[in-house]
Design a protein around this ligand. Structure first.
Ligand SMILES: Nc1nc2c(ncn2[C@@H]2O[C@H](COP(=O)(O)OP(=O)(O)OP(=O)(O)O)[C@@H](O)[C@H]2O)c(=O)[nH]1
Ligand SMILES: [Zn+2]
Length: 298
């Protein structure tokens, strides 16, 4: 019995890499597997090497997770790319992505790309956001695929794991992957506005990278957490909220009596930017927020 990882899934074509042999094989699912399960890129499969070219897939190991966009199993990390400028930063979008990927069981790396474009004032803006996300407990890396800043740090972060790149259009996902691997990302799904140029594909390949792999298609460019989970679940995916114990264990951190998260926002321990994103995600409003210093307005 040998073990391999599915590194390519394109129509009927399945390519299996067997680390033990350091070789690629054409994967042929045996009847039982073919009927029982769909096989995805990232799947760890068990089977037999039939000949120099063929790997008979007899079983699929339990998956840690299975993403739909791109369709890859067992994704360890998602590099969520944002920019401060070109395009402007949208913290609500980042916060939604962080909530959803956490829910899906994928570890995020927060990347602020294109730092080469920033002037002094914009660097202050960058530092503010880096601070906010680091304090929340996230791994944050400012990068530039132009100047090379942060690329080595990102490389270290992706060693030996299966990762994908996600984030809004134009933030530099492709450029970063090209800088790291020399290969391009596939064109992502286009928005409904440009439906004509639609180029959806279920073909996925894992690009070998530093003992791990990078998916060759982008993850979500935007999401709404409530399409994935209940309103009550969202608070569990704001790691900085979990440090506080409210009077009621099902506290939504709105206007409940004994809410420690509210106290932390008032004291400035939880940044109001993050708390406001939380409110917006669950479509809630709290009157007390307008009284908090530096926290009014949108
Ligand atoms: N100045 C600067 N420009 C960059 C950087 N990274 C990418 N760009 C430019 O930003 C533009 C968009 O980069 P892409 O890599 O295509 O962005 P993407 O996120 O893959 O975009 P989509 O395919 O639309 O999702 C290109 O013109 C890049 O040359 C960077 O670090 N600095
Ligand atoms: Zn609370």
């Amino acid at each position: 019995m040998s073990e391999g990882i599915v590194v390519e899934r394109a129509g009927q074509k399945i390519t299996v890499f067997v680390p033990e042999e350091g070789k690629h094989y054409r994967g042929v699912p045996l009847g039982k597997v073919r009927k029982r399960d769909k096989i995805f890129a990232g799947d760890v499969v068990e089977g037999r090497i039939v000949d120099n070219e063929t790997f008979a897939i007899e079983g699929i190991k339990d998956r840690k997770n299975l993403l739909i966009r791109p369709p890859i199993a067992n994704v360890d990390k998602v590099v969520i790319v944002s920019t401060i400028k070109n395009p402007p930063f949208q913290n609500y979008l980042l916060d939604n992505l962080l909530v959803v990927y956490d829910y899906l069981g994928v570890n995020p790396v927060v990347v602020f790309n294109k730092v080469d474009l920033l002037n002094e004032e914009e660097i202050k803006e960058l530092d503010k956001w880096v601070d906010i996300y680091r304090s929340a407990g996230y791994r944050v890396i400012p990068t530039s695929s132009e100047s090379g800043e942060g690329i080595e740090e990102l490389r270290e972060e992706l060693k030996g794991v299966v990762s994908i790149f996600a984030g809004a259009s134009g933030v530099g996902k492709s450029s970063l992957v090209r800088e790291l691997t020399g290969e391009d990302l596939k064109v992502g799904e286009v928005s409904s506005k440009t439906e004509r140029g639609k180029h959806t594909t279920r073909e996925v390949r894992l690009i070998p990278f530093e003992g791990g792999f990078i998916g060759d298609a982008p993850g979500f460019s935007r999401v709404e957490a409530l399409n994935f989970m209940d309103r009550e679940e969202v608070r569990l995916h704001f790691p900085e909220f979990l440090r506080y114990e409210c009077k009621f264990s099902d506290c939504l951190h709105l206007e409940e009596e004994g809410c420690e998260v509210r106290e932390a926002v008032i004291r400035g321990e939880i940044p109001c930017e993050r708390y406001k994103s939380y409110l917006k995600i669950i479509k809630a409003f709290v009157p007390w927020l307008s009284e908090v210093r530096n926290c009014s307005g949108d």
